[in-house]
Design a protein around this ligand. Structure first.
Ligand SMILES: C[S@@+](CC[C@H](N)C(=O)[O-])C[C@H]1O[C@@H](n2cnc3c(N)ncnc32)[C@H](O)[C@@H]1O
Length: 206
């Protein structure tokens, strides 16, 4: 049988530190919509450790969706939903409202339009007061936070000129309708950005 369960070292390394933050900032109950879940390692780990949360994993790629489903089938926990295909650029994500949108390692490895699509989708689907959480490398004040991030940025741009480590302030300014409540420095020069959907902001872009 062909194995579809993908496994990568980096989610294994960062899932513990990310969980520590999620435990602190997530509501006790509610649905977390994960955008660009990748292999599914994060989705299964977080859902197993956050029993009050319903975890909705998604990705654009068929082989990722298969892998997430394979991880899910091996999980003894039922609070992880069937993975859904979502392309952040789609106008309609085909889901209802959620308490949290979480996305790790998407915005630097896709064109800038995908960051805008992610924010727009979060604006459409998050309940007022809900959280939009990003994990990954970001520049601060236009500067890389470590030489290794500058090298990584260069390698990303060589792979695709539209990719690259984003500037935190540019992401914050694109996130209209949200307040950046917290920026947390994570291991390996990554960061977590915790945005809160402003109450009474409606679905407008302001
Ligand atoms: C670097 S991986 C990150 C996976 C996982 N979140 C992690 O941190 O290990 C980027 C993921 O983004 C997905 N992706 C790329 N373009 C996308 C899009 N337009 N909409 C949704 N997901 C996308 C890819 O299929 C891939 O699984």
């Amino acid at each position: 049988m062909v194995t579809v369960k993908l496994s990568y070292p980096s989610p294994e390394r960062n899932k513990g530190p990310i969980l520590d933050v999620l435990r602190r900032v997530l509501p006790a109950r509610g649905t977390v919509l994960e955008i660009a879940s990748g292999s599914g390692q994060h989705a299964v780990f977080f859902s197993e450790h956050l029993p009050g949360i319903i975890w909705l994993p998604t990705d654009i790629a068929a082989e990722r969706l298969e892998s997430i489903q394979a991880w899910r089938e091996d999980s003894s926990h039922s609070n992880i939903l069937e993975p859904r295909r979502i392309d952040v650029l789609d106008d309609d994500w085909g889901i209802g409202t959620v308490e949290v949108v979480f996305s790790a390692n998407l915005v630097h490895i896709t064109p800038w339009e995908c960051c805008l699509g992610l924010v727009e989708g979060a604006r459409r689907h998050l309940k007022p007061g809900g959280l939009m959480i990003f994990y990954g490398p970001f520049r601060v004040g236009g500067k890389h936070t470590a030489p290794s991030n500058a090298d990584f940025d260069e390698s990303l741009r060589q792979r695709d000129p539209e990719w690259g480590v984003r500037n935190l302030e540019t992401v914050r300014d694109a996130a209209t309708g949200f307040k950046l409540e917290e920026r947390i420095e994570m291991p390996a020069n990554n960061q977590m950005l915790i945005f809160r959907r402003r109450r009474g902001a409606g679905n407008e872009k302001g």
